[in-house]
Write a protein that binds this ligand. Structure first.
Ligand SMILES: NC(=O)c1ccc[n+]([C@@H]2O[C@H](COP(=O)([O-])OP(=O)(O)OC[C@H]3O[C@@H](n4cnc5c(N)ncnc54)[C@H](O)[C@@H]3O)[C@@H](O)[C@H]2O)c1
Length: 280
């Protein structure tokens, strides 16, 4: 299977720009929807920066300029092409916002698959009141052009045909697909968080230094990066809010350690602030 001719991506931030990049590189025409003209221009330059970087590294079959020729922007979901086959939303992690986006898109593009890049929200809730057979979680990883995984999140009302189609599209992007039943934290966030939180507890208990905990997992378990460094990259605030969500949904084993709360309260959010478990 190849990628669809026309794809729309809603939100051109960190993830949306990467998603636009991979569909352009795989041959789709892409419409990027942003909230207003200023943010559309930012989204466009995010995509351009991502493509130019890939071009410099020799990762593109065609020039970045040629690929950008297949990209357009809109500031109103009512202006999306009606025959759009796939809409991927990558707006901020707020259920109401994502639902409003899908409502508008379902009205405008009646045949489209509605895919959400949410990393934690319930796909079942998101699909409520929509043509649920075509609503799916399509969870990409950051940076999208580099990370090989797409986690498909399946809810009870989803059609098997949609799953097969979206799997084919993701594979046409060169990604490996896993299928996960809709449940808090899906597979990746849930399991990744267990190790991340335990590493923080071990640090707080003085079991080992941050450096040694990470080196243990890198060299002992072949992790490409230790769990504390990864927490610094993701952002301690992001990890804290996911932990709070999973603690509420799945129980106290996801209760955030006090050290994580203290660091977030001090503004030590990881790489983005220069200080987390490591100094950047
Ligand atoms: N950052 C990550 O590592 C990561 C990884 C996997 C999944 N996700 C998920 O991807 C989604 C997006 O995350 P992000 O990190 O790219 O966020 P971001 O803040 O970088 O980008 C969000 C974009 O959405 C735009 N936006 C806001 N309201 C809009 C609207 N009404 N219409 C159109 N565009 C609108 C914003 O202008 C912004 O450009 C979230 O659901 C997040 O949980 C993030």
């Amino acid at each position: 299977m190849s990628v669809p001719n026309t794809v729309a991506v809603v939100g051109g931030g960190t993830m949306g720009a990467g998603i636009v990049h991979v569909f352009l590189a795989a041959g789709s025409s892409v419409v990027l929807a942003e909230a207003d003209a200023v943010r559309a221009a930012v989204g466009l330059s995010n995509v351009e920066a991502s493509l130019r970087k890939a071009e410099e590294r020799g990762k593109l079959d065609r020039s970045a300029t040629e690929l950008l020729g297949r990209l357009s922007t809109v500031e109103d979901l009512g202006a999306l092409p009606e025959d759009t086959a796939l809409v991927v939303e990558a707006v901020p992690e707020k259920l109401d916002l994502k639902r409003a986006v899908f409502d508008a898109v379902a009205r405008r593009c009646p045949g489209a698959v509605l895919a959400s890049n949410t990393s934690s929200l319930s796909i079942t809730e998101l699909a409520g009141g929509l043509p649920g057979e075509r609503v799916i979680g399509m969870h990409f990883f950051n940076p999208v052009p580099v990370q090989a995984l797409v986690e498909l999140v399946l809810h009870p009302g989803l059609a098997a045909e949609t799953v097969a189609t979206v799997r084919g599209w993701a594979e046409a992007l060169g990604k490996t697909v896993i299928e996960v039943r809709d449940s808090p934290g899906f597979a990746t966030s849930r399991l990744g968080l267990v190790v991340g939180l335990e590493a923080i507890r071990m640090l707080a208990e003085g079991v080992a230094t941050a450096e040694d905990i990470d080196t243990g997992m890198r060299l002992g378990y072949a992790w490409p990066m230790g769990p504390l460094r990864l927490t610094d990259l993701v952002g301690l605030d992001v990890r804290l809010s996911i932990a709070e969500h999973l603690a509420a949904e799945l129980g106290p084993r996801f209760e955030p350690p006090q050290l994580l709360r203290d660091k977030v309260a001090r503004g030590e959010l990881g790489r983005k602030t220069g200080q987390g478990f490591f100094t950047w």
